[in-house]
Design a binder for this molecule. Structure first.
Ligand code: SF4
Length: 225
């Protein structure tokens, strides 16, 4: 596998936000979202075997009552690497709760059913609209989550309509609407979370507003958190 970083932090997003978590960030992505905050994972990385990655996760997660049992496989796009399902299988066998964050462009059905899948649907102003693999809708279940990163009112309208059209709230545990976070270097403006909250309330949508907790705890430009 090609790995950008493995680190311990606080889960920043989704329904497990706030929990201690080990992150395995895989290198490489075939998309180029306009607001991507992990472009440093597009290239480079180090080659490691599944066993080496699992050993590093074990070393970071500790032992006994204080052992961290939540692991997230992320990227880049983790489903570009053929060994990702095997890594997930190994971590599950070691007793971890395993999550994966994926762009939605790859089929998540290659993963063990027990893996909690957090699947993006890219909105128009991501620059990667229409990349979602519709087969993923049937591969998701009640433990999984679908996420829209929303940069504009146009993105919000798309997310609202897609959620209704495909009855997403009946398919998965949560539908997440997350405002794109402003780039610390000013490359993109982001969307005001309050504005998004007010749109959700005005339409009475049964979705969860998602904020990236780690960007409020640490410097938003910081890697490895
Ligand atoms: S899919 Fe994720 S890693 Fe890839 S460009 Fe988009 S935000 Fe960045």
């Amino acid at each position: 596998m090609v790995i950008t970083e493995i680190f311990k932090s606080i889960q920043g997003e989704e329904t497990r936000a706030g929990l201690p978590c080990i992150f395995v960030r895989l290198t490489g992505c075939n998309l180029r979202c306009t607001w991507c905050d992990t472009a440093y994972a597009f290239h480079g990385g180090t080659k490691q075997s599944v066993d080496e990655v699992a050993a590093r996760v074990r070393a970071l997660s500790g032992n006994g009552a204080s052992r961290i049992t939540l692991v997230e496989i992320t990227g880049g796009e983790p489903l570009l690497q053929p060994e990702t399902p095997a890594l997930a299988e190994k971590l599950l066998a070691e007793g971890y709760t395993v999550m994966i964050e994926t762009s939605g462009e790859r089929f998540v059905g290659v993963l063990p059913r027990e893996v909690i899948k957090i699947v993006d649907v890219k909105c128009p102003d991501s620059g990667e609209a229409d990349m979602f693999d519709m087969a993923n809708l049937e591969a998701l279940g009640p433990q999984d989550e679908i996420k829209f990163v929303i940069a504009t009112r146009r993105d919000y309208d798309f997310a609202r309509d897609f959620t209704a059209q495909h009855e997403l709230t009946k398919r998965v545990r949560e539908v997440l609407f997350s405002p794109s976070f402003p780039d610390p270097a000013g490359a993109w403006p982001g969307l005001d979370a309050r504005e998004l909250a007010e749109w959700i309330l005005a339409d009475g949508l049964p979705v969860r507003l998602g904020l990236q907790l780690h960007k409020f705890i640490w410097d938003p430009a910081m890697k490895g958190v």
